[in-house]
Design a protein around this ligand. Sequence first.
Ligand code: ADP
Ligand code: MG
Length: 307
Amino acid sequence: MSTNIYKTPVKGYLVTNSYLINSKFSIIHQWFMESAKKYAIDLKGFGNSQLPIYLPGDREDSREGKGREVDFVLFWDKDIRLAKFLEDSGYTLYNSSRAIALSDDKSLTHLALSKAGIPMPKTYIAPMTFDTIGYANLDFLEEVEALIGYPCVVKECFGSFGQQVYLARSQAELMAITLKIGSKPMLFQEFIESSMGRDVRLQVVGEEVIASMYRYSDNGDFRANITAGGKMKPYEPTKEQIDLALLCCKTLGLDFAGVDILFGRDGEPLVCEVNSNAHFKNIYDCTGVNAADVILEYILGKVKGAK
Ligand SMILES: Nc1ncnc2c1ncn2[C@@H]1O[C@H](COP(=O)(O)OP(=O)(O)O)[C@@H](O)[C@H]1O
Ligand SMILES: [Mg+2]
């Protein structure tokens, strides 16, 4: 493993969310700090609430060049307003605000990937409504039924760990799930039967797939997420899966990501979703690859290129 060979110490900020305080998240932050030590990177952690967005800047001119305080910001949060503010103030972010925004919202991911011709399950994005109004009628579900049929996967556009993903097996279930989600953005998707309870997670950093695992459920759940009770095995991805995962990251502008891929009817890969801040403890437990090290090594390379 290479160490930091630069004369001036490389400095960075790690930005995380101030309100997501549990061991699942803190272990990832801790691993980044430990990796930074290994690479002699001076990495300082901030919660997003410690970096207030204040506009117009009271010290507008002192914001000029503020980004030069550090060589990079590892933005491990979804606060895209803050991410954009930091970029506008001159900081270099990994991942960028645009890439995080595109992958955080499953409907935006779908739009961007479809445009690039990337195969995904057939998807219908719900018309937007407002919190204070909700849906006056659910007429659009007739179209969902005609285009997608049953079973139908329903996903909230913002969600993780399989917790906001549901399966409707009938019209009654489809209506009940839609009503339960309420006014939150959601989409409806063809259920890929051949991938029932199984998928692959590919961890990408830069131009490389650094680790991958096969996730499968043996409890009858259609979701393969480990948090939903799925199990994992190291997995050798096919060239097709690798190329697809890399193309997803390139299309969305991601420096690193966890890409979930489903198995189509003939085994062909279909992209399920892309995670800009993929939790990598499970893939470490499964494969021994520490993505925190590879991500920081990748950022060091970028800093070297820019210096
Ligand atoms: N269209 C689909 N067909 C079959 N299984 C799916 C489909 N979409 C999602 N799944 C299953 O549900 C899991 C969670 O969905 P995903 O979109 O990855 O949401 P999350 O962000 O919560 O992980 C996937 O890992 C996969 O096992
Ligand atoms: Mg997923």
